[in-house]
Design a protein around this ligand. Structure first.
Ligand code: NAD
Ligand code: UFG
Length: 330
């Protein structure tokens, strides 16, 4: 059985669907600080399958112990964590406690129960401002904010664990920019409060919940001056977890993979594609660069293709159509 932490979150819920559709047995855990039980119900509805779900916090060791005692867990896919860059700058201690102490508690419970496999949600943020693009997994790592530091520290903890215990196996998945939603419109990203990321902000601008989208900088050395990113459909990303799981079920050690499409799109390219595909106007205004942003970030995803037999299949049109289909009536 696979324990999925952060199972009701954006990427976790889509991955639960993939796992259940592949015939895997799962148990979900989430403290619902950034998600709701609706996502769990949607996963059950979409797959026609039941699974145990615990409203539990990784910081609560007793609850964790209960999850491990009551289920035959053999692998963990670890999504649970806080992910807002700006909030992490304002509340660094909280981010270190939640993300790092939460992971350490989880690893202790795994050790008590002899569970030695983990797929971990890392991020392209560990590359900081990259020296070159496309980014390979062996590029230097550096962080520019506390959120990114939590990812890099956890990667380090997992590396040390794999050295200490040669029977441990870990896949560190460095996600690029996940957008899109499940085709059904039942699962997607609906962040609380004012979102930071481009796609949810673009959707709010189209819906009139925000006056206009702010385009942060048109003076980058890119195709049209706006920032370039590697947007990846959340369903492709979710599928990548199944491939990573198969890898660590077969081989011991630590493995690092970029999960991206390998294609970079600018802010204007995303706006234009969204407009065309969904037949809507995207009101926007050009603003100065956002502090901390870099010009161009996109993956070299060839290692995941060679070693995991995984590659992204869905393009920007699907990402824009599915994001809008999920959010337009919310
Ligand atoms: P999300 O916020 O939708 O999901 C994370 C889930 O973890 C939430 O449901 C939240 O309630 C839960 N959670 C947080 N702290 C917890 C705790 N202490 N105990 C139990 N549950 C807890 O975010 P997401 O976009 O699905 O991201 C999943 C993972 O992928 C995160 O680790 C995130 O850092 C990482 N990641 C996300 C992105 C992105 O752009 N979405 C990019 C790179 C990496
Ligand atoms: N952007 C705008 N206007 C907005 C929001 C964003 O022009 O309102 C631009 C940004 O300048 C950037 C691009 O859109 O060029 C993408 O910005 P996002 O905030 O959506 O994504 P980032 O690449 O800045 O950051 C994301 C996650 C981080 C993660 C990083 C690397 O938010 O958590 O990808 O994986 F670390």
């Amino acid at each position: 059985m696979i324990l999925v932490t952060g199972a009701s979150g954006y990427i976790g819920s889509h991955t639960c669907v993939e796992l259940l559709n592949a015939g895997r047995q799962i148990v979900g855990l989430d403290n619902l600080c950034n998600s709701s039980l609706d996502a769990v119900e949607s996963v059950k509805k979409l797959t026609g399958k039941e699974f145990p779900f615990y409203v539990a916090d990784l910081l609560d060791e007793e609850s964790l112990e209960r999850v491990f005692s009551e289920n035959e867990i053999d692998s963990v896919i670890h999504f649970a964590g806080l992910k807002a860059v700006g909030e992490s700058v304002a509340k660094p201690v909280w981010y270190y406690k939640n993300n790092i102490s939460g992971t350490v508690n989880l690893l202790e419970a795994m050790q008590r129960h002899g569970v030695k496999r983990m797929v971990f949600s890392s991020s392209a943020t560990v590359y900081g401002a990259p020296d070159e693009v496309p980014i390979r997994e062996d590029a230097p790592t550096r962080t520019t904010n506390p959120y990114g530091s939590t990812k890099l520290y956890i990667e380090g903890i997992l590396r040390d664990l794999c050295v200490a215990d040669p029977e441990f196996s870990v896949a560190l998945l460095r996600y690029f920019n996940p957008i899109g939603a499940h085709k059904s419109g039942l699962l997607g990203e609906n962040p609380n409060g004012i979102p930071n990321n481009l796609m949810p902000r673009l959707c709010q601008a189209v819906k009139g919940q925000m006056k206009e989208l702010t385009v942060f900088g048109t003076d980058y050395p890119t195709v049209d001056g706006t920032g370039v990113r590697d947007y990846i459909h959340v369903c492709d990303l979710a599928r990548g977890h199944l491939h990573a799981l198969k890898k660590i079920e077969k081989d011991f050690g630590i493995f690092v993979y970029n999960l991206g499409t390998g294609k970079g799109y600018s802010v204007f390219e995303l706006i234009n594609t969204f407009s065309r595909v969904n037949k809507v106007e995207v009101p926007y205004v050009i603003c100065p660069r956002r502090p901390g942003d870099v010009a161009s970030v996109f993956a070299d995803p060839s290692k995941a293709k060679t070693e995991l037999d995984w590659e992204a299949e869905l393009g920007l049109d699907d990402m824009c159509a599915d994001s809008w289909n999920f959010i337009k009536d919310k």
